[in-house]
Design a protein. Sequence first.
Length: 202
Amino acid sequence: MSTLVLASQSPARLATLRSAGVEPLVVVSGVDESQLGDLPPHELALQLAELKCRAVLGRDEVPEGALVLGCDSVLELDGEALGKPADAAEAVRRWQAMRGRSGMLHTGHCLRDTGSGHVAAATAVTVVHFADVTDEEISAYVATGEPLHVAGAFTVDGLGGAFVTGIEGDHHNVVGLSLPLLRELLLELGRAWPDLWDAPAT
């Protein structure tokens, strides 16, 4: 068994791993996501994931030989990368722009084997179709506070689920962590997905 360190404070990523039989050790990276500027959405997601992964290396909480996973998601709409909205007003504007349309959710994944120093990284992309929601629905949703804490100002596994009419691609990726891609990254590092099952956090 291998210990997986999740360099993220996202409850959704943690829940996704747990539902797949993996109990990661959570070490929050504390990375300032605003430090990277004008990059294509695909590249921005990947570079932020790499930053988060590097940020926790060498910390006392990270066991020797652990696998460290950094992830970051951005929504692409009209070629622009959209992370977490700065405030409620921005979340409202975001939803007014997204409703009745489709966006591309990019999630960067960076996996490092601290034992060997080897790294595998890639970005998963999922197309998200949004409902043509009303102004009243947008106001009510933003008032819950949920859209302020997530990339793209929406969730598919929470209150925003009713506003997503369909997805094309891995639905786990929309939550913030693509399990099929993580399995592929593990294989790149010479590990197997079942190695992570029931691995206890130490």
